[in-house]
Design a protein around this ligand. Structure first.
Ligand code: SF4
Length: 147
């Protein structure tokens, strides 16, 4: 956690090796910033778990899965869909382990958030499942890395 002090750059992770898989879990947001790039934020468009599973299966079921993987969650405000994110994280971990892909022990989860839901109970409950969780700017991130 000392790596994530205010005014300090977050150390890069997996530079040149890690590949990112990004999930737009929702287009909805609890804010209405004028400059936002997402129109119709109240549209309630969100990803289903089935779509996320298919994306992970496709990503992991090939011969060129990178050694290190960043699983990135964006929106809208992704913390609105924290239960879905929880399921996707668990599925990624289980599937990469079952398929014996090197990234099963070398992954990073990132959530790009506006920060307003950080203290909500179900968000805190989710974060407590994740050792090494850190907050940086508008990102929550944590790693699991082979020693
Ligand atoms: S917090 Fe982000 S997603 Fe939400 S309205 Fe503002 S710019 Fe858009």
């Amino acid at each position: 956690m000392s790596d994530y002090l205010v005014g300090k750059f977050v150390p890069s992770w997996g530079e040149g090796i890690a590949k990112t898989i990004t999930f737009i879990v929702t287009e909805d947001c609890n804010l209405r910033c004028k400059y936002c790039y997402i129109l119709n934020k109240s549209s309630n468009k969100k990803m289903t778990f089935d779509v996320a599973k298919k994306q992970i299966d496709q990503f992991l079921n090939n011969d060129h899965v990178p050694e290190m993987v960043i699983v990135d969650f964006i929106g809208g405000e992704p913390l609105l869909e924290i239960d879905l994110i929880d399921k996707i994280c668990d599925y990624f971990k289980i599937k990469s382990f079952q398929l014996d892909k090197p990234c099963w022990w070398n992954y990073r989860f990132n959530i790009g958030t506006n920060g307003t839901m950080y203290l909500v109970d179900r968000v805190q409950k989710f974060l407590k499942k994740k050792p090494g969780e850190g907050v940086s700017g508008n990102y929550i991130g944590w790693n699991k890395r082979k020693a």
